[in-house]
Structures are given as C-alpha cells and as structure tokens.
Design a protein around this ligand. Structure first.
Ligand SMILES: [Fe+2]
Ligand SMILES: [Fe+2]
Length: 268
C-alpha cells in the first residue's frame, strides 16, 4: 500500500493526538488497503472527473486533525460530548465516533458529488462495522451501537444539508469545512484552464492562507481564518459560516476572519 509522505505525516500526527480506543480505531483504518484504494479513487473522481478539490486520504486526515483539535479544546473547557452527557459512553468513545466519521465522510465522492454524504454512509458501513467490532468485546452491544451511530451521523451531516444533533457530529462538519487553506484548494485550479460555473468557490478558496484552530478567549474554540485578499470572504460567508451555523458546536466557537495586515472581522 503506497501512501504519500504527506499522508503518512498526517497519520502519525493523528495517532499522537488520540486516546486509546480512538487510536486503536485509527490504526485499523490506516492499515486498511481496501479503504486506501477507495479513498484514492474518490480523489481521482473528485479532481480529474468532476473538477473539485481534494476529497481523498489527505483531505480526510486534515479534517480529522481539525475535529480532534476542537474536541480537545471542548474537553479542556469541561464541555461534555453527547455520549457522556446522555450516560452512554466516555469521551474516548465519542472521539472514536468522531474520527471514524471524519476519516470516512467523503467516500461517496467515488460515485458522485450530489448526495455524496448519503453514498458515503453506504460505502463506509462495512469499514465502520469492521473497526468498531474489532475494538470491542462481542457483548458490548450498547456502546458499539452508539459509536456506529455517531460515525454515521457525522458523515450524514458533513455537508450541512441535514440537521444533526450531537456535538460529535458537529465537530466533523466544522473539521471538514476548516480544511480550506490555499494549497488545499489549488489542485483543481491548476487542473482546469477554462472558466467554469462555480469558479468563484475555487478563486475564493485559494485566497485562504491559513485556518487556525486555537483556544478562545470568551468561548472554548477560536477559529481564525487568514486570507490574502477579500475574495476569501466569499468562502467564509457562502461555505464555511453556514456549516458552523448549523453545527451543534456553534455556541462554543469564536470565528474571526480577515485579510493579512488588516483588522479581523468578528463573525461569532
Ligand atoms: Fe463531502
Ligand atoms: Fe470533506
């Protein structure tokens, strides 16, 4: 199984960030040849056939790192995830569901863009089942059901097309949306030479220099988006903000965006 240097670096970073059960799940995902092949194919369809940006192994790992970072900031601030609040599982169980969703959310791009969040669920099911079953005892039915449901909810909600209700799934939605730094959206800019419908998304996304996820001052999470020109605000207002707006994590987020060298605009 060949992986890019970038992918390998991101995987090592993810493993260092995780608690025991989530780490065991990530290790199984990273060792899965069938999954690697499907993610790479999803990227071929996304970039070469459909003219979108990266939706493959590197993107899903970046989205995962973003989600884990926010998870930790919430945890440090004493905010409990839904599984813990509802007496179903631990923070480690929640994180396991979050990373499974974040790692598998774009598999549906191997088929089509429209409704890919639903196709992703179909394609992710065997991997979710395999991993969750492997890291639990057979009789642990309740927690297996909960983690699988969280993983599916995270995938289901990642396009902000359906309302989701857990903080866990809300982290996946924002983690996915936060992967919009310059180099990330540039792949398709390089590949397409003609003006196409939707180009404003690409131009706008390539104006984003940096997305920082750090500890907030008034709320646990602060997201700072730094752009090189004001065209980047389109990406924030049309793509990123609507995702935060529908996410159950919204009350815990400060959102700032601005052009380098100018004062940042406060959205939340
Ligand atoms: Fe997606
Ligand atoms: Fe995605």
């Amino acid at each position: 199984m060949k992986k890019s240097v970038k992918q390998q670096q991101l995987e090592r970073r993810i493993l260092r960030m995780l608690s025991p059960k989530a780490k065991a799940a990530a290790e199984l995902i990273f060792a899965d040849h069938e999954l690697q092949a499907l993610q790479e194919y999803a990227n071929i369809v996304s970039i070469k056939r459909l003219g979108f940006n990266d939706h493959g192994p590197v993107h899903t790992r970046m989205a995962t790192i973003n989600a884990i970072r926010m998870f930790k900031l919430l945890n440090d601030a004493g905010i409990k995830m839904n599984l813990e609040k509802e007496g179903v599982g631990t923070a480690d169980d929640s994180l396991t569901g979050v990373i499974l969703a974040a790692l598998l959310h774009d598999l549906g791009m191997s088929i089509a863009r429209d409704g890919h969040e639903l196709i992703s669920i179909e394609l992710a099911r065997p991997f979710i089942d395999r991993v969750v079953d492997a890291i639990h005892e057979e009789h642990e039915y309740e927690i297996k059901a909960a983690i699988k449901s969280i993983a599916i909810e995270g995938i289901f909600g990642h396009m902000a097309t359906y309302k989701i209700h857990s903080l866990e799934a809300g982290l996946v939605l924002i983690g996915d949306g936060s992967d919009m730094e310059k180099g990330r959206a540039r792949i398709s800019v390089l590949l397409s030479d003609k003006v196409r419908v939707g180009d404003i998304h690409r131009t706008s996304a390539s104006a984003i220099n940096k997305v920082k996820i750090i500890k907030g001052k008034e709320r646990p999470i602060r997201i700072e988006v730094e752009m090189e020109s004001s065209v980047g605000f389109f990406q924030i207002e049309q793509v990123f903000f609507p995702k935060i707006n529908i996410s159950p994590v919204k009350p815990f987020i400060e959102l700032y965006a601005g052009v380098v060298g100018e004062e940042m605009l406060k959205y939340l």
